[in-house]
Design a binder for this molecule. Structure first.
Ligand SMILES: Cc1cc2nc3c(=O)[nH]c(=O)nc-3n(C[C@H](O)[C@H](O)[C@H](O)COP(=O)(O)OP(=O)(O)OC[C@H]3O[C@@H](n4cnc5c(N)ncnc54)[C@H](O)[C@@H]3O)c2cc1C
Length: 403
């Protein structure tokens, strides 16, 4: 059977490796960038304990390789820019393992190297054409290193081509994303804090929030958010060094040592911030009548508030790999059945994670009170949702027996 995966990001690389050695499967993962070109992903990210557990279960060797390039994400501390602590959560109190914090480019490097020859680089997709014979198969025309090629009679197409998925746009049109009304910027800088910043922390001045943590290779990843008009662009005047200093400095001017380092950094005229807006895409896992699976951001672009984007890409892919491997081993080679099982395993889980990430963004919205909002996050209902988030990562028990 022929499997085509478009995109060798988080989801695509894990999928390519996970299926490459399944007897009877021929896996082609088509990635648009050139080999070794991970530089565009220049910031850091934190991966939740749910993805760590999922990868340890599905591919322990790969989990070990990622762990070796990461620091442990052990705590989640929240305070005001002035230094008042509002929350200090230990992840081990909620999940049996810590999360990871690492450089994005390193994650891509490790995952792509581990997928080996299954990934074909410098490929652009020219056309994806479903067959008209009712088989659900597709033909893919693409250009590889400047030469036109084709994969015909593809039994399963996995669109792992990210938030702005070309495949999804072809089948569903441009994504109508839900805007939240929050601007976000991020950057990765050398660690000159002298130990002020280490594990994952957030600092609030009203709804304006900074977030930062140390990642390998002596760097600090940080990101900032502030409210903007819902649906509007980010006003240019809010991006100036003066506006940023003002946004993150309390009215009384009192900053903690951490706060001062962060404000000096984001308001430095030479610093280059990457800007985006918090947004969520409609959830979709597959198309009817064609063997097409959306995986990762192409399926569930979500707000990054709980650090679950890449985390869910890992979790969903581990579930998909486990399901396909188990069904193939049991002699089930019908991709429509695989898709049915994957959809059933992931639909409700992804809806929960997207809704919970949105709910947790309350403290970032215009007019929010971060002290009251953070206090709510220490209470039983939020903590119970967090326990569900970090621990309900697997394929639901008994699901495969009902396929
Ligand atoms: C500001 C911000 C902060 C974030 N922080 C976190 C965090 O801390 N923790 C977390 O878990 N997540 C975080 N995320 C989300 C995370 O980065 C994504 O959810 C994750 O990368 C999704 O993985 P993916 O495999 O679906 O897509 P991607 O990793 O985006 O991979 C898509 C791949 O497809 C390739 N591609 C795209 N189009 C084509 C095409 N037409 N043909 C061939 N190849 C193609 C791309 O080159 C890329 O390699 C953050 C996102 C943002 C924007």
């Amino acid at each position: 059977m022929k499997i085509a995966i478009i995109g060798a990001g988080v989801a695509g690389s894990i999928m390519a490796r996970g299926l490459a050695d399944v007897p009877g499967l021929e896996v082609h993962c088509l990635e648009r960038i050139a080999p070794g070109e991970h530089a565009e992903s220049g910031t850091g990210l934190n991966i939740g304990p749910n993805a760590v557990q999922a990868l340890q279960q599905t591919d322990p060797e790969l989990a070990q390789r990622v762990a070796e390039t990461s620091f442990g994400w052990r705590s989640w501390r929240v305070s005001t820019m002035g230094g008042q602590e509002l929350m200090n959560l230990k992840l081990k109190d909620i999940a049996p393992v810590d999360g990871w914090r690492l450089r994005w480019a390193e994650l891509y490097r490790v995952l792509r190297e581990a997928a080996g020859d299954s990934i074909r680089y410098s490929c652009t997709i020219d056309a994806v054409t479903p067959k008209l014979d009712g088989s659900g198969r597709l033909d893919i025309a693409f250009t590889e290193g400047g030469r036109r090629k084709a994969l015909t009679d593809v039994d399963l197409l996995v669109a792992a081509d990210g938030r702005f998925s070309q495949v999804r746009t072809q089948f569903r049109g441009p994504v109508n994303a839900r805007q939240v009304g929050v601007a976000i910027f991020r950057l990765l800088v050398p660690d000159t804090t002298g130990g002020l910043i280490d594990d994952y922390e957030q600092w609030f001045n009203g709804p304006n929030r900074l977030l930062g943590y140390r990642v390998p290779e002596n760097s600090i990843y940080m990101s900032g958010t502030f409210p903007i008009p819902v649906g509007g662009e980010i006003p240019e005047e809010m991006k100036t060094p003066e506006a940023l200093r003002h946004a993150f400095t309390p009215a009384d001017g009192q900053l903690s040592d951490q706060g001062r380092w962060l404000v000096d950094l984001v308001s430095h005229p030479a610093v280059e911030l990457h800007w985006a807006r918090l947004q969520e895409s409609p959830l979709c896992l597959r198309e009817e009548g064609v063997n097409l699976l959306y995986l990762g951001d192409s399926s569930n672009g979500m707000v990054p508030t709980l650090g679950q984007g890449a985390t869910q890409a890992v979790e969903s892919t581990c579930a998909a790999v486990e399901i396909i491997r188990a069904l193939a081993a049991a002699g089930q080679h019908d991709p429509a059945l695989w898709l049915q099982a994957i959809t059933r395993a992931r639909q409700d889980r992804l809806r929960f994670v997207m809704d919970f990430s949105m709910e947790a963004s309350d403290t970032l919205l215009a007019g929010a009170d971060p002290v009251a909002g953070t206090a709510k996050k220490t209470e039983a209902p939020f903590q119970a949702s967090l326990a569900r988030l970090y621990n309900d990562y697997g394929v639901p028990e008994g699901l495969l027996e009902t396929v």
